[in-house]
Structures are given as C-alpha cells and as structure tokens.
Design a protein around this ligand. Sequence first.
Ligand code: ADP
Ligand code: MG
Length: 332
Amino acid sequence: MQEFGIDLGTANTVVCDSTEGVVLDEPSVMLTRAGFPRRGVVAVGREACELLGRSPAGVYPVRPLQDGVITDLESARLYLRSVLHRIAPNPWGRARMRAAIGVPVGATTLERRALLEAADEAGIHRACALPEPIAGAIGCGIDPLERRAHLVVDVGGGTAEATSFCYGGILAHRSCRVAGDEMTLAVTHHLREQHQILIGELTAEQVKIQASTADGPSLVVQGRDAGTGRPRLATLEVNELNEVVRPVIDGIIQTLAACLDELPPQATCDILADGVALFGGGSLICRFGDSLERAFGFPVKLAERPLTCVAEGATLSLHNPDLLHSYASPSG
Ligand code: ADP
Ligand code: MG
C-alpha cells in the first residue's frame, strides 16, 4: 500500500512517499481557466510558476493558500486534487493509498474537512489532517507523545509559527504574518531605495537565498536602473542584507517570546533545557538560529532538511496510531 505525507505550504508543496522519500517538491501555485459549471486547471506547480506573467488571456494564477490559511476552499480542493492525480495517476492506486496532510494549527474544522473531502473526491479515502508543527517535529526526530514539552519554530513563506506541545496535545501556538516573503520584499525595497535598482520578485528571492549561502562578503545583482531604465549591476554586502531582513527576524523573535509567555513554568523549564527546533525555508536565512540563541539563551537546532521535514514527518506519523489518535483529524 502506498503511503504519503503531504505538506501544502503557502510557498511550496512537498509530498513524501513512505518508500521512495520526497516525490514532489514544487511551488504551491496553479493556473486555472474560468469555466462554467467548473473551473479547469491549466498547469500546476513548477509548470504553472514558469508561466506566471506569460499566461494567455482567460487564464489566472491561483495560490491556494495565503498567509498559511486556505483562502478559497474551491481553489484548495482543485489544487489538492491536481497534486494527488500527479503523484498517483492511476485511480486504483489512489483507492489503496493512505495520506497524512499537514494543516495549519489555526485551520478551522471547515477548512480541514474541505481538504479531506478533496482527498476523498480524488479517490484517497483514507486521509487524515495533521497539524504542520507536529509533522515537522516528527520529521526532526522529536516524539510529540513524550511527557516533556517541546517547542518548534516554522518559518515559511507567508507566516512564521511557534508551537509548543507535550504528551499528545498542543500547549501554545503563536503565528505572525512576517516570514520568508516579507524578507524578499525587504530586499526589493532596499535595492530600490538605497541602490536605485529595480528587480523582480524572483530575482529578489534569489538574491536573498544567495546572501544566506554566499561564500564571500559581497554579491553582484543585475537589475534595471530606477532612473534611466537601463540594465545595471550593483554590488551588495552580505552584512548589509542581514541588516535589511533584521526587522522580520525581530518580528519572529517577538512571536516566539509570546508563545513562551503562554507556557506553564514546568514546560518552560523543559524548553530552556532542550532548546527549540527550527524548520521551514525562511529559517535558512543567514545566522537566524544564532539570532534566536542570542535573544533567548537556549539552544536552537536547525532541522537537517528544513524544507521537507513536514512532509517526511507526516509520512512517518502514518505508522504511529497513538500519535494520529492524539493529534490528527480523520476523514469521514
Ligand atoms: P511554506 O511552508 O510557506 O510553503 P517553505 O518552508 O517552503 O514555505 O519556505 C519558503 C520560504 O523560504 C520562501 O520565502 C523562500 O524564499 C525561503 N527560502 C528558501 N530557501 C532559503 C534560503 N536558503 N535562505 C533564505 N530563505 C530561503
Ligand atoms: Mg510550511
């Protein structure tokens, strides 16, 4: 029987198979064509992303999740169905599949049910919805059924979330709407204001990622001169970019502080001793873990695979009935 863990992120969708590992890792975007009575899907994932800004009239890009929540139930269902059809094209195969789908902690019952119904419509009758931080924690090797409290921080595209849990239940959860995308915006804004150079969203994201992985002290950016409109190069210091994303990091630090404030003292002691686990693409920004360690004084451990651990953990959860009983909402 095939078993899948599915992470429907605001920025990326990752699907992990229990035997093959990660089988899909693509941007969470689709192109749809308006139609009656049903909308049609033109392209999904990377293919849809490549067509952004080049799509013909009547075709619209849709991001099924925004700021970590499902904004439009119909789009989310359409998207999930397309993803499921891609990973398991054969309807007989889908009927025998099991899946755990990561959902935001704050997802409403209606949103969870809509996703599980979409899975059911796509032929996956045995699906369950598991909170994303729990799935991510499992993917980092944490046991969420332990009697010790744990805390994880997930910095995605649209939101950063701090979640503490213990012995099968969530203790505290705080989320803020500044994360990876906001860092990208800050880079765009800085280049326009301080270097008079205009760059697109995709380039800004590349610059941000390059800065967090750069070997040298500076990097070169190509864009359009804000005055003349001609192509131009600019040299950026990595330290300068670290300062640019600082307000976003401070926002995330405040969210983590608010989550810690909600915890009972015994749970705080556990976290001070064990530290927090960090995952999500945004946590790869330069020296993010160090900033958290300096602010709180406890150890911070970055996940081995920060971009895929939610999907990997969701797959692993399917082998742990006690865990699913405590944290997951079953379909049906
Ligand atoms: P989501 O769960 O919301 O789909 P992800 O966990 O996939 O989000 O993370 C996506 C975010 O991580 C994007 O904003 C992307 O720019 C950012 N990101 C990915 N890799 C890096 C990196 N090496 N350095 C900084 N940011 C990164
Ligand atoms: Mg995520």
